[in-house]
Design a protein around this ligand. Structure first.
Ligand code: ADP
Length: 187
């Protein structure tokens, strides 16, 4: 099973993805982590990506898609994975669908973690990462609204979207997410 977690920056995708991956015994694929690691190592892709990330912009689709495909082909992803931060644009979602369909795999299921903007600002401001200063945060939230939010309709239209309330304690949110996953798997 391939599960896509969708939510604005600060929604808790990273934390919840890690827990879900552990529970389901499948890997967590975080494109944000992959890009930060590539930047740290100073690879071509990493250095190019870093300029976008610092500005709060999305990294171009072809760079992220190439990286994601390379990772999803690893044997540990054979039985599924949690996609954390991918897809973030409609072309990325289309690429993923095509990739899976071409290999006879089921399309992904999508879970939205919904959080209000005021709460996001509060959480992000206290996180203190280099791409977390206020102007950059605002830009990232705008990018989410413009480029990523449309994915909710994309997946809703395919009947594979489940939205959960992302306010509250991490444990409560995790419970909502596992219930949503169970609703899909029927277990
Ligand atoms: P957050 O969930 O806080 O936005 P991430 O670690 O998921 O943080 O992503 C950090 C940055 O990495 C994003 O702001 C963006 O620049 C880049 N990035 C990550 N995933 C993608 C993606 N799928 N497409 C484009 N850019 C991405």
């Amino acid at each position: 099973m391939r599960i896509v977690l969708i939510g604005p920056p600060g929604a808790g995708k990273g934390t919840q993805s890690a827990r879900l991956a552990e529970q389901l015994h499948i890997p967590q694929l975080s494109t944000g982590d992959m890009l930060r690691e590539a930047a740290r190592l100073g690879t071509d892709t990493g250095l190019r990506a870093a300029t976008y990330m610092k500005a709060g912009k999305l990294v171009p689709d072809e760079m992220v898609c190439g990286m994601l495909v390379e990772r999803i082909e690893e044997p540990d992803c054979a039985h599924g994975c949690i996609l954390d931060g991918f897809p973030r644009t409609e072309p990325q979602a289309e690429m993923l669908d095509e990739y899976l369909v071409d290999r006879g795999m089921d399309p992904p299921v999508a879970i939205e973690i919904a959080v209000e903007e005021a709460e996001l600002m509060k959480r992000l401001a206290s996180r203190g990462r280099s791409d977390d200063d206020e102007a950059v945060i605002r830009h990232r939230l705008r990018q989410y609204e413009a480029l990523t939010r449309p994915l909710l309709d994309y997946y809703r239209g395919r009947g594979v979207l489940h939205s959960v309330d992302g306010h509250g304690a991490p444990d409560e949110i995790f419970l909502r997410i596992t219930e949503a996953v169970e609703a899909f798997t029927g277990s």
